[in-house]
Design a protein around this ligand. Sequence first.
Ligand SMILES: CC(C)(COP(=O)(O)OP(=O)(O)OC[C@H]1O[C@@H](n2cnc3c(N)ncnc32)[C@H](O)[C@@H]1OP(=O)(O)O)[C@@H](O)C(=O)NCCC(=O)NCCS
Length: 159
Amino acid sequence: MSVRIREFRRGDEPALREVFSSAIHGTASADYTREQIDAWAPEAVDREDWARRMREIKPFVAEEGGRIVGYADVQGDGYIDHFYVAATVARRGVGSALMRQIHATATARGATGLYSHVSITARPFFEKWGFHVEAEQRPSVRGVSMTNFRMRKSLLQPS
Ligand SMILES: CC(C)(COP(=O)(O)OP(=O)(O)OC[C@H]1O[C@@H](n2cnc3c(N)ncnc32)[C@H](O)[C@@H]1OP(=O)(O)O)[C@@H](O)C(=O)NCCC(=O)NCCS
């Protein structure tokens, strides 16, 4: 089944939360403890807060057969805030389709680079796409310490 990438639409918010939860509880759970996973993606969600967040970051949405299976955003300065693919479709190229869109968008906007705070789980994926680790970090998420990496990629062509 082929993946289609489209812009965020109002009404997508609950499906994006499902993807977020699936990616963390179903995929990232291989690299983080139960306590860390529950702090990152708690079951109790303030729907309005979540919806507002999604409308702010306006992610690209990946659909397969009309079903939302992933989403990822890129901000004007090249910052990638969210990048999530449902565990049910992992390793089938959905993340790469989103990453291609992010590169095209950032390049068209004239961004000089891309950067993100990347999970242990997503690090090999970002490395495959040419990002490198600038720093290992230990942010506290709802009072729980988690490891992630500040990763960056230049979009400037070497002259
Ligand atoms: C990271 C993530 C978005 C990747 O999405 P995906 O759709 O599975 O990625 P793709 O199928 O396009 O993978 C492309 C390539 O990246 C690399 N890759 C992806 N996931 C990998 C993993 N877990 N381990 C090693 N390499 C990986 C592989 O080279 C893969 O190619 P291959 O499958 O032919 O070997 C997804 O695993 C995810 O949502 N993870 C959990 C949530 C998370 O940590 N999000 C990031 C927050 S910063």
